[in-house]
Design a protein around this ligand. Sequence first.
Ligand code: SAM
Length: 244
Amino acid sequence: MNINVISVFPEILESSFKGLTGKAIEKNIAKLKLIDLKEFSNNDYGSIDDAPYGGGEGMVLGIEPLEKSLNTIEKPGHVICLTPQGTVFNQTKAVDLSKLKDLTFVCGRYEGIDQRFIDNYVDEEISIGDYVLSGGEIAASVVIDAILRNIDDVIGNKHSVYRDSHSEGKLKGHVYTRPSDHQGKKVPEILLSGDHKKVNEWKLANSLWVTKEKRPDLFKQLQLSEKEMILLRQYGDFVKKKHD
Ligand code: SAM
């Protein structure tokens, strides 16, 4: 996958790709090209932004520098603008975008981007949530990280991606590691039993229960099989008994 990012502060992105996503870049599974918008000023002052027409606060990134920077990319592919006005990003979108070969992200700053650039060149506007950041760089890092996790060979154990929260509409459940007993707080016995069938059933029931408790909105959309309903009921009875 070829990923291009146009930004006023590309150094913010440089530091965010470590660990798994950094390895994806090292292994050439993904090629990341950072484009510094400041190099594409079209005036003697070196500016890339200007005051908004019609007045109002802040500055707006101009269409000409943005256009010039985009034209340096051989194959921009699908062009995404990060903006709080975009469709809110989620796991389904991350999976869909992970199937594309060329992606270009455009990061806004200040008051945003001249609308004509968006109209002419942007295929999709994405927001990472209903709040306002100072710039699109952190949003681009979030989106790129979530995309890369879904590309084959980025994560050693492929199955862990499929079992992650949101991959099947539900949340991953509780996880534990050593010690099995910490000051009297014990790891659920079944996880130590070595009985894989029972362990998997517990994990499924726990994940459904966690989803129901923490994200009733997601839970409502799940279509549970009869077996899942039984497992969840048994798990609920077990939790209730523990608290009685
Ligand atoms: N004045 C704009 C508005 O109210 O819609 C906000 C501009 S914001 C200060 C500057 C830039 O940060 C935006 O152009 C966008 O690239 C990025 N940004 C801010 N919040 C974001 C969000 N929730 N998701 C994605 N990008 C965001």
